[in-house]
Design a binder for this molecule. Sequence first.
Ligand SMILES: Cc1ncc(COP(=O)(O)O)c(C=O)c1O
Length: 443
Amino acid sequence: MSDIWTADAGWALPALVTTIPGPESISRVDLLARHECPAITARRARQGEARGIGSDPIVWERAYGANVWDADGNRFVDLTGAFGVALIGHAHPEVTDAVRDQAGSLLHGMGDVFPNGPRIQLMADLAELAPPGLSSCILASSGSEAVEAGLKTARLASRKPGVLAFWGSYHGLSYGALAATAYKGDFRAPFAGQLGAHVTHMPYGCELSMLDQLFTGPATGGELIGTVIVEPILGRGGDVVPPKGWLAGLRALCDKHGLTLVFDEIYTGFGRTGDWWAGDHDGVVPDVLCIGKALAGGMPVGACLAKPETMAAWGSSQGEAIHTSTFLGHPVTAAAGSAAIRVMREMDLPARARRFEATTRARFEGVLPVRGRGAMLGLECGEPGLAARVMGRLLSRGFITLPGGVHGDILGLSPPLMLSDEQRDAAFDAIESCVSEERRLGS
Ligand SMILES: Cc1ncc(COP(=O)(O)O)c(C=O)c1O
């Protein structure tokens, strides 16, 4: 494979913007608005927030490397990696080749009933890359579905119904995952009456002694808790790194009270934080690991990994599998996953993420506070809602970003890790000037 870090011009181009939104995007978005549930076309609603600057949705036409082109021919540099999915770059040639080859031979498997080669290979590849001992797997088609599988596994292993989750966490929006999610009230409020009351939420990074008391009971409700689910670094919650030793403390508490520890590494996994797994920074291995996003280089996927002794709690199948889905172990997605994992190793993603962090911290020192780790960083804009306005302004300059944090004050950076130095430096200059322009307007 060529060295894609110093790749040819087709892989890493600077931002180039003409008009945003252009006429083609506007006409397609009008059509979209007629047919899609209004809650989903979220960026329309941000129009006012962003003062009309680059705020209407652009319609994505193609993406390659760190670049995205819209339907009007505008070219952007993507600093989000599309929610963190494109960690090895959009449409990596090895992934698209694997997809094309596999689609030509076996496009669909049959869930759990008949295994297929790529599904078996992907599980073996994941077991090799996973933290030690997490060699047993349930495949899924999204991160939320991986969390559902993780919560079910932990329920069975711990034999207790209660779940402890943390404020600011985002675990997905399907009902089981949503019950644990505590990122923003809007996601939960309309469905609150239908969310299981089995989840207790505590502050992220809270005193471990408080949790010890909670689990000990009596009559705190904590004695019913069997599962602890946690993002080792809060992602959408604003790139929050917990206090040093906190994850190790959670591990110790779970061991003490016989609880099953689930790490949601859907965002943090696959080298993004400067180590293959965010738990590695604290030397902690969970009982269950939920992964997704970057795993298949852009194809929809998730997985729940566990220690065999933990997974054994499911028992053996007595006929119909009690956990499955139509697209479980989809061969095209699985082939993409194995290809993406090969590329991740070749690229040495953890080293690239560490380099990105060092450069970003040096660049923004004295300009904006930086939080997070590796290539999962948040720039603290210092004012609720400011990050969304900066996002709109950056879009009009050709850079795709996302606001984060429960107060919308964090500008998140989780770029593809083949971002060129030129793309990165241009993005940083644009961010600095857009933040100061927005602050000036606000004052
Ligand atoms: C930490 C974490 N868990 C779970 C999810 C849900 O994944 P999906 O959107 O693929 O269902 C996300 C998505 O952003 C996430 O960041």
